[in-house]
Design a protein around this ligand. Structure first.
Ligand SMILES: Nc1ncnc2c1ncn2[C@@H]1O[C@H](COP(=O)(O)OP(=O)(O)OP(=O)(O)O)[C@@H](O)[C@H]1O
Ligand SMILES: Nc1ncnc2c1ncn2[C@@H]1O[C@H](COP(=O)(O)OP(=O)(O)OP(=O)(O)O)[C@@H](O)[C@H]1O
Ligand SMILES: [Mg+2]
Ligand SMILES: [Mg+2]
Lengths: 256, 256
């Protein structure tokens, strides 16, 4: 039975995709069978692992809107034990078309049943919004991992995101838990980063991962080569931080 | 007659809000009467100019969904010649509720008629999505200014954004023009920034502003004081860059 983790935050540019790709790859390096689902029509996770989204027989959109089985949308990546369900441009239509669909929030949850037994982890990259694509991910996931940039606007939005997670827990998915809050793009040279990270740790305490992801240019360069950081420059501080995070996520899973 | 400029890009965290606030303030410093409209439910532009969104008699949501006049949602800021229509949390509902409304894409366009004569510039901050809030902004604006972070994913998304702008030009708003592409968070120390900015300038040529916004910690710190950078640390590279940008936008307007 796979652990299904949604990577979500409605604030843009906080490191959702970078976390989805690099956590998935780091879990695969730790001998886990991992499926990465790209639920963002921008399809950054898809290009970040080197997949050409145009060449696919069946897309995630077909699965959500036409009832095709998710297993038909799965593609191999060139990384051992890492598979992906890529995003295609038609996915942007699903956000609007789902509005008038029966049980529109649980479409993904139902289709995940078919494949949940084949993987150890399923990681879902979400778009920067609280629309039906993100709501479907939160309704179908066992837990949610929230990346937060160590800056003012990202911190300000955290309260509203937690209120929305609680609404999902009270309704669509009572078993949804907080996997953890991940501090990203941390730059110890500036006081803003230190202040924000301290404030978040004081407020959310043990819910914040010990691992912090530093601002590190390898993490910004790797996507242009279609590779996770560990396969582009394994010794970099960015790649090492995500390998550390994977160890924390694995350890947390054992308690689960 | 105000020039109405939408600040849009579906990629998250590229500097839309930072540009909306600091361009608006810089135009006000140059003796222009400016209205900033916060069309993003995250309400970052609202808190970035120090407005408490809870204390408002009439919200942008009331104007879009209940036909209230926009003039009733305008608030004073503590910056001369800068007014704001703040975002409130109920705005997130508009994204879904607009789906089943008559002429759902032109709701803002119609309500702007009432106030367009009172300002020199109207700047609209958009959320990181191509949903109905952003489409309403593009349908109601005279031009669109596109901030692009000098990184791989932001550059990759530019093509799709331009295709969407063209669709709006072919349909909802034939008079919509590209105000310009603004390179943001430029860090001359890393080769990725230089490569991406060169590639964008080669491709879009004179459509790219001469002014580049450097990565500058003042721009990240100022929002926590509820002030535009020019009112927090006017000598900073960030504040100076936006003052330069305002001059380019003003000069472009004269040609208009
Ligand atoms: N720790 C880091 N250090 C340096 N750059 C980073 C780091 N994490 C992410 N980046 C870069 O910052 C930008 C934003 O990250 P990313 O795209 O992963 O965020 P996101 O939350 O997925 O954005 P969106 O809201 O658009 O989905 C990208 O260009 C990425 O390469
Ligand atoms: N030139 C800059 N230098 C340093 N930090 C910056 C710069 N521009 C923006 N920032 C910071 O980067 C983060 C993202 O910027 P901003 O919120 O303006 O982007 P956005 O496109 O409006 O994001 P969203 O997609 O969530 O609406 C913010 O924390 C902001 O303070
Ligand atoms: Mg992303
Ligand atoms: Mg913004």
């Amino acid at each position: 039975m796979a652990r299904i983790i949604a990577i979500a935050n409605q604030k843009g540019g906080v490191g959702k995709t970078t976390t989805s790709i690099n956590l998935s790859a780091s879990l695969a390096i730790n001998d886990q069978a991992v499926l990465l689902i790209d639920m963002d029509p921008q399809s950054n996770a898809t290009s970040g692992v080197g997949i050409d989204q145009k060449a696919l027989p069946c897309s995630l959109y077909d699965c959500l809107m036409r009832g095709k089985p998710l297993s038909e949308a799965v593609s191999q990546t060139n990384i051992a034990r890492l598979w992906i369900i890529p995003a295609t441009a038609d996915l942007v239509g699903a956000e609007v078309e789902l509005v008038n669909v029966e049980e529109r929030e649980s479409v993904l949850k139902k289709s995940l049943q078919e494949i949940v037994g084949r993987y150890d982890y399923i990681i879902i990259d979400c778009p920067p919004a609280l629309g039906f694509l993100t709501i479907n991910a939160l309704a179908g996931a066992h837990s949610v991992l929230i990346p937060v940039q160590c800056e003012y606007y990202a911190m300000e939005g955290l309260g509203r995101l937690m209120a929305n997670v609680k609404r999902i827990q009270d309704g669509l998915n009572p078993s949804l838990v907080l996997e953890g809050i991940l501090l990203t793009m941390f730059d110890s040279r500036n006081s803003l980063g230190r202040q924000v990270s301290e404030e978040i740790r004081n407020h959310f305490k043990e819910k914040v991962y010990k691992t912090m992801i530093p601002r590190n240019v390898t993490l910004a360069e790797a996507p242009s080569y279609g590779k996770p950081a560990a396969f582009y420059n394994a010794a970099s501080a960015g790649a090492q931080a995500y390998l550390e995070l994977a160890k924390e996520v694995l350890a947390h899973g054992e308690e689960g």
